[in-house]
Design a protein around this ligand. Structure first.
Ligand code: URP
Ligand code: ZN
Ligand code: ZN
Length: 537
């Protein structure tokens, strides 16, 4: 694990020698990199932004379980106390939060930074993607390690390198793309030594990531024995392939062919299959990017029956509909291509309702950005358009505006679905996902009366388009504090490449509680083996 801030000043100073703080204004900076650009005038950030002591004064402090008007005192990257009227000395930077909400920074459970995929590499790396995240109030994300030729440890090492310029905290899930003894052994090493507690199985992407039911079963058993959470991308890859063939035969080669080739029924089937196999093995399952009513209803049914299933909708699936895929301009349409596809109107509203009532538990982004040039790889064939959309910077604003703004969820629910539940599922609560004494000081100040507007001209991602272009709303993240440092204030980012820490996530989260008992009940219910006497005849 990377260092913790034992002495904030020394650590910030040391990091500044290695990587000077990088200052980006929200309205002017489009492309963001660790190597180039304007460095803030504040030499080594030894000013308010890097003070080791902060007091956030007079805001409404919101946790998933409770909200109260209080001050928050932070020292050396950790929350020290949360109570009204905290008195401090002159050496403390004071941030006035009166009339505003003080909440745990967002945790995005689903991102793909610097990911090699479909003949391209996502344009946001760990620095630019994280800078964008911080500008939008997200202070931690969990990315997916892709194995190298099926080798998990080689994949993990590659992602350790990719993430060394990180400017906020992050963790990893690891994808499983083949099965043999080495994979099974490496899963154990990753869980016991490397801080991994989740593995992802793709039921789609035939010919690259897709796994068979046989592999999924092996993986589910191994996950269960290690206390690791199995995750699935649930689409039937064989049916997708058939659907794609059908579209090409019909002469449909544009982005609309992407949606038409993989309808919701294919997502529903794979979701149901994965859920039933998890039931058969008796292990928890996390369904990533639930995009359709079909998939959501499978999650709902299984949860109602008592199965430990987590359903993760993503912002694009909650907010957008598929109309853009029919846009006559190829690039405009192609930027909405992701898998499973963004669905026809109606699905998003149903997913919002499921999220607000606890059928679905937390919101991710599946941030996986390709620019216009990369999307153009599929100009003659939708099967070659790199799949993925943006969302890391936009998630918190859009969920606040759409769901809190409309009264569908409370402010405490907002904290739960954007931060706390993710921390609980991946077993890092209350270090993350809470503002409590001892928690990491990953905190946002959101002004409910201030407005945001989304544009590729002002966003901090490196991509040149934005699937939420032109959207505006109420409720703006005015301040982001990551690891006790103010990294976003007055529409300006002050981020230090290399300051983000890798967060190890221990196995056996709360989702595993009681599994031993239900296994014992199962065994005692078998009434077998039956003792039979051999009768001759
Ligand atoms: O289109 C998507 N979702 N791209 C990222 C890879 C995945 O399936 O999560
Ligand atoms: Zn996926
Ligand atoms: Zn994904």
């Amino acid at each position: 694990m990377a260092f913790r801030f034992v002495d904030g000043f020394c650590c910030v100073f040391a990091l500044c020698l290695l990587f000077p703080p990088f200052s980006i204004s929200g309205s002017t900076q489009q492309f963001c990199s660790a190597e180039s650009g304007y460095y803030g005038a504040t030499a080594c950030g030894i000013q308010s932004s890097s003070s080791t002591k902060l007091l956030i004064k007079g805001g409404t402090v919101v946790n998933a379980h409770h909200q109260e008007v209080a001050d928050v005192f932070v020292e050396d990257g950790i929350v020290v106390s949360v109570q009204p009227n905290i008195e401090v000395g002159d050496d403390v930077t004071v941030l006035d939060a009166s009339g505003k909400f003080v909440m745990p920074g967002g945790i995005d459970p689903h991102t793909h930074l610097a990911m090699e995929f479909m003949g391209s590499e996502t344009i946001d790396d760990f620095f630019s993607g994280q800078a964008a995240a911080l500008a939008g109030g997200t202070t931690m994300h969990i990315d997916f390690v892709i194995p190298v030729n099926g080798n998990l440890l080689a994949g993990f090492e590659a992602y350790e390198k990719k993430s060394k310029n990180s400017c906020m905290d992050y963790g990893f899930h690891v994808a499983i793309t083949k099965w043999d003894e080495n994979v099974s052994r490496d899963m154990e090493i990753l869980v016991k030594e490397k801080g991994i507690n989740s593995f992802k199985f793709f039921l789609a992407y035939k010919g690259s990531f897709m796994v068979t039911d046989e592999l999924l079963l092996e993986g589910l058993k191994r996950c269960k024995s290690l206390g690791a959470l199995a995750m699935v991308h649930a689409e039937n890859g064989d049916a997708v392939s058939e659907g794609q063939k059908r579209m090409i035969e019909l002469g449909i080669t544009g982005p609309e062919g992407h949606a038409l080739s993989r309808p919701a029924v294919i997502e529903g089937e794979a979701t149901a299959r994965a859920i039933r196999l998890a039931h058969f093995v008796n292990t928890p399952l996390y369904v990533v990017h639930v995009m359709s009513i079909d998939a959501m209803e499978e999650v709902a049914k299984a949860r109602k029956a008592g199965q430990k299933i987590i359903g993760e909708p993503v912002v694009s699936g909650l907010i957008l509909d598929d109309q853009w895929l029919w846009h006559p301009d190829f690039i405009t349409a192609a930027k909405y291509v992701m898998s499973p596809p963004i669905r026809p109107a109606g699905h998003g509203k149903a997913l919002q309702a499921a999220l607000s009532t606890g059928i679905l538990q937390l919101v991710g982004t599946d941030h996986c950005t390709f620019n216009s040039t990369q999307k153009a790889l599929g100009i003659d064939d939708f099967r070659k358009i790199p799949n993925g959309v943006n969302g890391l910077e936009e998630r918190m604003h859009l969920i606040w505006d759409t769901m809190v703004g409309s009264g569908q969820i409370s402010v405490t629910d907002f904290v739960r679905i954007t931060s706390t539940e993710c921390a609980r599922i991946f077993n890092i609560y209350p270090r993350k996902g809470a503002i409590l004494p001892g928690s990491d000081a990953d905190i946002i100040i959101l002004n409910p009366n201030s407005s945001f507007e989304i544009s590729s001209k002002s966003h901090h991602s490196r991509t040149d388009t934005n699937v939420y272009e032109g959207r505006s709303g109420k409720g703006k993240v005015e301040v982001t504090i990551a690891g006790g440092r103010v990294v976003w204030e007055n529409d300006e980012l002050k981020v230090i490449p290399g300051s983000g820490k890798y967060v190890k996530m221990p196995p056996f989260s709360y989702l595993f509680d009681g599994i031993d008992k239900s296994d014992a009940n199962y065994l005692s219910s078998l009434r077998a083996p039956v003792k039979r006497s051999r009768s001759e005849g």
